[in-house]
Design a protein around this ligand. Structure first.
Ligand code: PMP
Length: 409
């Protein structure tokens, strides 16, 4: 047997051209923000006042308490466990605390990484690719982005001062339209500030049972009522057809990324299996601290909420008063009963809203134009502004309205 020399190429190896990585069709199809969330529309002024997002005020968030909680947990020997894996459902103590507050079986609670996570899990678990989802018109735009995950089509349903027009939906269903889900924000709607009436809640749940669709009730502002009457949540929790999506974002801080679903019992396992394939579980560390505060300080959450509601009530009233005094006759305004949004309507239909927004931006006030929330015809949203007051001081609100007044010229 003759040994042969390994052949060496006479010229250095040429590396083949790189094969480009192609993102999935799903990822390529995801849209970039237009209008809503578009940074290029922000005022260039460094002193611009932003009445933009549903953002809680830092003074209403538990900054000192979280520091204390960390010390207490550490002193009690809980540090090491807080950095370990934990169960997919979420902490038992946290689920139990939420379940008691909601008045439901703890097995129905799934801890999530905030509201958006709960929404996408729900959509992926319950909406078949290409199915129709009835949505608020106008709607919280980021929900539309979760629908891109399943290529859902939308059926816009007008939103009235007392929430989704359930009769409109009933007519569409009676006409043969079939939907997989309806999405609505029942309390202190984003952007329209109103609350779904008790009668409409009952009617919606009845429709869901009759036609076999899920109601996705997205309720992040529910705890922030500072006026008016609660319209009830029992009817949602008692239904096999409702997924209640909630979050600590507006009450304890969006950076925690902590929320929960109240699922009908028959959906718990399927949503859990889906969740297992995404992120395993919510942060053990965050759950440790939040659970510690909620469980070891009875009444603390309500005291925190009480202060927050007072603050937001004050700001809402101040903003309304400033609009009425600095811009008399310019807007139809309804005093909010909770949440973070004012949804004033321009009285004069000849006002060019795009031009107004441009001038306002030049004056140093940022707000969301109503048109960015529109999901279909039959809404006056284009004649409205969404003004978010949650994280703006009194002085900022006054100055912001003064700047808006100058923008009118
Ligand atoms: N739903 C609505 C209606 C919201 O306004 C928000 C926050 N802007 C969310 C969901 C998202 O909440 P999170 O930050 O907990 O994901």
């Amino acid at each position: 047997m003759t040994l042969t020399e390994p052949t060496t190429p006479d010229s250095p190896t040429t590396t083949p051209p790189p094969v480009p990585l192609v993102p999935s069709v799903l990822a390529q199809g995801l849209t970039v923000p237009k209008g809503f969330g578009d940074q290029s529309l922000l005022s260039p002024r460094p002193d611009a006042i932003r009445l933009l997002g549903g953002i809680p005020d830092p003074s209403a968030l538990p900054l000192a308490e979280l520091r204390e909680a960390l010390g207490e947990v550490w002193d009690a020997g809980g540090a090491a466990a807080s950095l370990q894996y934990s169960g997919s459902h979420g902490f038992e103590g946290l689920r139990g605390w939420i379940a008691e507050r909601e008045g439901v079986d703890p097995r129905r609670i799934l801890i999530t990484n905030g509201g958006m996570h709960g929404l996408s899990l729900t959509v992926q678990a319950l909406v078949e690719r290409g199915a129709v989802v009835a949505i608020d018109n106008p709607a919280y735009p980021l929900f539309l982005r979760t629908l891109e995950l399943v290529g859902a089509r939308t059926l816009p349903v007008p939103v009235e001062p007392d929430g989704l027009d359930v009769e409109h939906l009933a007519r569409r269903l009676a006409d043969g339209e079939r939907i997989a889900a309806v999405y609505t924000v029942p309390d202190f709607h984003n952007p329209t500030q109103g609350t779904l009436s008790a009668a409409k809640r009952a009617a919606l749940v009845e429709l869901a049972a009759r036609y076999g669709f899920v109601v996705i009730a997205d309720d992040p502002y529910r705890e922030l009522r500072f006026a008016g009457t609660d319209q009830g949540r029992r009817v949602f929790f008692d239904s096999e057809h409702v997924v209640h999506v909630n979050t600590f974002t507006k009450t304890l801080g969006p950076g925690l990324r902590l929320g929960w679903l109240v699922l009908p019992e028959h959906l718990v396992d399927v949503v859990l299996r889906l969740r297992n394939r995404q992120d395993s579980h919510s942060s053990t560390f965050v759950q440790t601290l939040v659970q510690h505060l909620l469980v070891t300080r009875p009444g603390w959450f309500d005291t925190t909420l009480g202060r927050a509601r007072e603050l937001y009530r004050h700001r809402a009233q101040l903003l309304v008063a400033e609009l009425r005094t600095q811009l008399p006759g310019r807007f139809e305004v309804t005093e909010p009963e909770g949440g973070f949004f004012l949804w004033p309507r321009l009285v004069d239909d000849s006002v060019d809203t795009a031009a107004l927004h441009k001038r306002a931006s030049a004056e140093g006030i940022d707000y969301q134009q109503g048109e960015f929330f529109i999901t279909g015809p039959g809404t006056d949203s284009a004649r409205r502004l969404r003004l978010a007051y949650g994280d703006r001081t009194d002085a900022e609100l006054r100055t912001a309205v003064g700047r808006l007044a100058r923008a009118f010229g």
